[in-house]
Design a protein around this ligand. Structure first.
Ligand code: C2G
Length: 129
């Protein structure tokens, strides 16, 4: 079984997130999502609309997602990869190059981001309705 992991905040879940998760799952057989905690979001400089439990509930309803774990810090990825016997780390190419060192422990794939959509855009578009 080829195991995949990805990480993110996944706030105001949208089709860009879903397409990333679909493509990540298509690479293997089992997809784990490291979902940023509310506390880690602060460290990332993000304030999510939905709190962690709400974002987790949404992610767990997605057919491509097999397990949601909590992302608490920048440095847990290597430990997660070992703990969950991950074959491939996947993330959008807005992060290209940032996680290349993980190729020491698993395959690293940066997927094209879906254009035109982002949580930030959703927030600003709603403000102007
Ligand atoms: N994404 C995408 N297309 C978009 C928007 C997002 O493919 N239009 C992808 C991002 O590239 C990322 C995932 O969806 O792979 C989740 O996006 P965010 O919630 O913005 O995640 P981020 O804040 O980038 O957190 O340690 C890694 C970080 O936790 C990543």
């Amino acid at each position: 079984m080829k195991k995949i992991i990805t990480y993110g905040t996944f706030d105001l879940l949208h089709y860009g997130h879903i397409d990333l998760l679909k493509r990540a799952k298509d690479i293997g057989d089992y997809l784990i999502v490291g979902l940023s905690s509310d506390e880690f979001n602060e460290i990332k400089g993000k304030k999510s609309y939905f709190k962690y439990e709400e974002r987790k509930c949404l992610l767990e309803a997605i057919r491509y997602v097999d397990l949601v774990i909590t992302e608490e810090n920048w440095d847990q990825k290597r430990e997660d990869i070992t703990k969950y016997q991950i074959d491939c780390f996947v993330i959008g190419n807005d992060w290209v190059g940032e996680f290349d060192e993980l190729s020491e422990v698993c395959e690293v794939i940066y997927l094209e981001r879906t254009p035109e959509i982002s949580t930030t855009k959703i927030k600003s578009d709603i403000k102007s309705i």
